[in-house]
Design a binder for this molecule. Sequence first.
Ligand code: LMR
Length: 391
Amino acid sequence: MLDALTPQPADKILALMAAYKADTRTTKIDLGVGVYKNAEGVTPVMRAVKAAEQKIWKSQESKSYVGLAGDPAFSDAMIGLVLGDSVARSSVAAVATPGGTGAIRQGFELIKMGAPGATVWVSSPTWPNHNSILKFMGMSFRDYRYFDEETCAVDFDGMIADLGQVAEGDIVLLHGCCHNPTGANLNAVQWDEVIATLNAQKAIPMVDIAYQGFGDGLSSDGEAVRKVAAGCPETIIAASCSKNFGIYRERTGILMATGGADTPLTQATLSFLNRQNYSFPPDHGARIVTEILNDAALRADWEAELEEVREGMLKLRRDLADALQEETGSNRFGFVAEHRGMFSRLGLTPEQVEELREKHAVYMVGDSRINIAGLNAKTVPVLAKAIASVL
Ligand code: LMR
């Protein structure tokens, strides 16, 4: 049986991580995987996370199972954080999942059960693992236009034209904020038009929100998903706590489904799906998040630190855009300051990306996606010079 296995395609982002690790050059710059790093290149444990862990360590008396859906307090806290009061709590079904990817996977499983023939429409480009999981699950999926390679902004006319082709009952996967990999995002008016188009087509939105708090702020970054949930009869939402709580390895995420006539049935189906795939979801990260969101002091500290992280990335964006302007003598890369979140797609060719890696030890994903948080005050000018030299 094992001899029948065939090699599977390597995940480009994870392969890049390994290549960076193997590079012995001391000047190397890692702009690959979407992990936040501070100016010292460290992915810190957030202060509120440490404090919450301490509280849990002191007070937790059992490691017994919690429940198939996870702790209801985690669901309540996360529904509050992501959806606010955009929809009634009684119309939301939710389960804890192993990370945001677990939520995406469970969301696709839910679609398979509720709409087995539906096509899932994904932005072009999207996070490569969206396509990979859909393919692995044997689900039908198609692209809608999203990114204008010339301007490095959203191709909104193309997007709306393609969403106008979506069949009734199809699913449209949207990035709630901080689009991965491009960094180009819709404005509020554009979101309204997307919602109107989805409703006209009778399509169902699925929102992946993995970077809430990394774009325009914790509350602003949730506005789009709230609009979608309030404006569409049914919405599936996959939210990650990996980045905004910095608890990547704890695998903490949540799948939510809003609307529908029978929320208890949706809830029971989500719990069933957890049981089939891994039984009880991980609890430690979810407990940290619950402690933080439900304790006023911890929450204020977490929000303050998250805001420092966000502002730091915004400054790096502005500094890089300025440095690129100086090095290239043009505003070709001005969009870097306009993009939001952790990523920007620079619009370089695969050959230029390769040259940056070989000659300058700069590691970015092959589509020229950079992780802004991989930079610091010292490496911004180095990167700008290196980019200018390969143009
Ligand atoms: C990324 O896009 O780099 C992150 O979401 C990490 C991952 O798992 O790919």
